[in-house]
Design a protein around this ligand. Sequence first.
Ligand SMILES: Cc1cc2nc3c(=O)[nH]c(=O)nc-3n(C[C@H](O)[C@H](O)[C@H](O)COP(=O)(O)OP(=O)(O)OC[C@H]3O[C@@H](n4cnc5c(N)ncnc54)[C@H](O)[C@@H]3O)c2cc1C
Length: 383
Amino acid sequence: MRTRKVASAEAQNGSSDGKPDRVVICGGGIIGASAAFYLSQLGVKSLILEKCAIACASSGKAGGFLALDWQDGQATGPLSRRSFELHAELAKSLGQNCGYRRVSTLALSVDSSGRAAAKQKKGLPEWLDGSISGAREMGNESTNAQVHPELLTKALIAAAQAEVRQATVQGVVLDGNKAVTGVKVDGGEEECDTIVIAMGPWTGQARAWLPGIPSISGQKAHSIVVEPSSPIGANCLFMNHRNKSGEHKDPELYARPDGTAYICGEGESVPVPDDPLSIVSTSAAAASLQEAGAAVSSLLADGKVIKQQACYLPLSPDGVPVIGKVPGATGAFIATGHSCWGILNGPATGEALAELIVQGRTRHVSLDAFDPARFSGRKFALR
Ligand SMILES: Cc1cc2nc3c(=O)[nH]c(=O)nc-3n(C[C@H](O)[C@H](O)[C@H](O)COP(=O)(O)OP(=O)(O)OC[C@H]3O[C@@H](n4cnc5c(N)ncnc54)[C@H](O)[C@@H]3O)c2cc1C
C-alpha cells in the first residue's frame, strides 16, 4: 500500500513540506479541475474520479461571468481578486481558446408588460434595441470578463495531465490514526494518501464518510443558449425584467465570443437528484428566459434557442465556501459551496488548496474564512 511521504510528526498533521504520494480528486467540475491543475504546477499528478462526465453539472452549464471586485468586503473578496488575475493568466498560458474576454456590463430595466412606455436609452450598444427603460454601467473591461466554463474545466484537466476515470466515489478508507488510505469506488478500493472532495452540491453525501464535512445543499437554476439572427456585442447584462404577465424577474444575459447568448436566472426549489444527468430544465423556465432575451434585442427575438438546461448552485450552511482540511481526518480536504461564483473563484481555490496540500500553507490567499472546522459543534453541522 502506498503511504504519504512524510518526514515529521508535523507533516503527519498535514503541515508537510513533502509531496503527497497519491492524490484522488472526487468530482470533475471546475473546483476539482482547478485543484488538479495547481497541484500539477507543484509537481503533483492526481487522479480525478468523476461520476458522470467532466463538467457535466454546473461547471458545464454556468454562465462564466467574472468580476474583479464585486465580492470586495465579503469573505470571498481576496479569493475573487486573486482568481480574476489567475483567469487572465490562464487565458494566456493554457494555449487553448476557452472563450475568455474582457466585457462591459450593464444593469438594465426592461419592460415587456406593455404597461409602461419603455423607450430605448441613448448611448446603449446598437444591438440592445428592445424595451429598455433604464440602463447603468456595472463594470467595464478593466474589472469584468467572461470565460466558457466547460472549455476551461476541460482545458485545466488536460494541462494538468491528470488521470480521469468515470467512477462513483462511495466512501473513504481511514487507518487507525484517522489518516486517509483510500477511497471506495464502485465496489472496489483506490489507494491514496490524500483526497480532495469537490463534488459540488453532492458534497454533503460525503458526511456519511467523514463527519467533519458540513451539510451542503443545492439551488436549481435554469439557463438557455440562443443563437442570435445577427452578431451581438460583447456585453453582459443584469436585468430587472417586468414580463408580459407583469411579473418581475432578474435574468442575466452573457453574449459569448462564439456568437451565442447565454441567459440564466430562473431558480427552482427542487432537491438535488442523485444522478447529475437527470437534471433538466422546464419549458416554462426556458420560455421565461427566452422572453427576457427577446425583450432586450430584436436579434435575440429572431434568434433560435439551441440549448435548454439546468444545474445546481452548491451552497454551504452560511453561504461562504468551505475550503481546507476536513476536521478529524489526516489527508482529507474539501472545496465546495461556491454558490454563483464557482467559475470565478475556482482557480484561486485550486491554487490555495494545492499550496495547502503540498506546502502545508497557502501563499496567495488565506483560507481562514473558509475553514471547514468553523461548523464543528454547531447545530446545523449535526443535522
Ligand atoms: C445557472 C448558473 C449560472 C452560473 N453562472 C456563473 C457565473 O457566471 N460565474 C461564476 O463564477 N459561477 C457561476 N455559477 C456557479 C458555478 O457554476 C458553480 O459554483 C461551480 O460550477 C461549482 O463547481 P463544482 O466543481 O463545485 O461543482 P460541480 O460543477 O457541480 O461538479 C461536481 C462534480 O462532482 C461529481 N460527483 C458528484 N458525486 C460524485 C461522486 N460520488 N463521485 C464522483 N463524482 C461525483 C458530479 O458528477 C459533478 O461533475 C453558475 C451556476 C449556475 C447554476
